[in-house]
Design a protein around this ligand. Structure first.
Ligand code: F6R
Length: 242
């Protein structure tokens, strides 16, 4: 795992943008994308850049269950607002939160990822170490599945809703096994609320109690952190300082 320490979030976003640019310039066809606060600055840089995704495919990590794609809280809507409206892809895949048959939806989305192997997967990390919506205890070899969100995640995501009660209790997510199949993985984390999760992911034991620790098994992972998110790391865990 290559850990890059940026002096601040803006510098981290620039570094993440360079990773994306390089991968796209080298002919990547499929980008794996994430939602949440963390990638907002990166998406702004991508929107404002001359990069062209019109011949590429995007595959998102996850979507809430029971939410319409046009609902402003849906991950579909987030992606349109932050990237797709400005930079359309040839095709953008997300799980269908309104799928009538959840088992069929899980199978369909797993096949999407098999048919479109991800060249670069972007990840954020939850305070409890989740990646995608793989909460503590998720198996490292899991595929796409439907998941019940933990209290910690519901609480953290309540800021996007008018009240905690409105946060959906379930989501579809790519599994950790699916994520680990990506050719390259870029995980970004900013702020002191992520410091524990980053420490456990980078230095802690490989354990399903911390989903992100599975990334220790992959040799193609770049982590970009700001000083607050890196605060609990040993200096020797940092590979590069910007
Ligand atoms: C979002 C996702 C989540 C977030 C994580 C961090 O698609 O898969 O794992 O990356 O919850 O969220 P933020 O960036 O809002 O702190």
């Amino acid at each position: 795992m290559k850990v890059i320490l940026a002096p601040n979030q803006a510098a981290g976003d620039q570094a993440a943008f360079q990773v994306f640019k390089q991968v796209v310039d080298h002919g990547a066809h499929v980008l794996g994308l994430a939602t949440g606060s963390t990638p907002e600055g990166l998406y702004r840089l991508l929107r404002e850049s001359p990069l062209d995704f019109s011949q590429m495919i995007s595959v998102n990590l996850d979507e809430y269950v029971g939410i319409d794609p046009d609902n402003p809280q849906s991950y579909h809507y987030f992606m349109k607002q932050h990237l797709f409206n400005a930079k359309p892809f040839a095709h953008s895949y997300l799980p269908d939160g309104l799928a009538a048959d959840p088992d069929a939806e899980v199978k369909r989305y797993d096949q999407v990822v098999v048919d479109n192997p991800v060249d670069l997967q972007l990840l954020g990390i939850g305070r409890d170490g989740h990646i995608g919506f793989n909460e503590p205890g998720s198996p490292f070899d899991g595929g796409t599945h439907r998941v019940k969100l933990t209290d910690s995640t519901i609480e953290a995501n309540a800021r996007f809703f008018s009240s905690k009660d409105e946060v959906p209790r379930e989501a579809y997510t790519m599994g950790i096994g699916t994520i680990l199949k990506s050719r390259e993985i870029l995980l970004m984390a900013y702020g002191d609320k992520k410091a524990d999760a980053i420490q456990k992911m980078v230095e802690g034991p490989l354990t399903t109690a911390v989903a992100a620790s599975a990334l220790q098994k992959a040799d193609n992972v770049v982590v970009i952190v700001d000083p607050a998110a890196a605060a609990k790391l040993r200096p020797t865990s940092i590979s590069e300082r910007l």
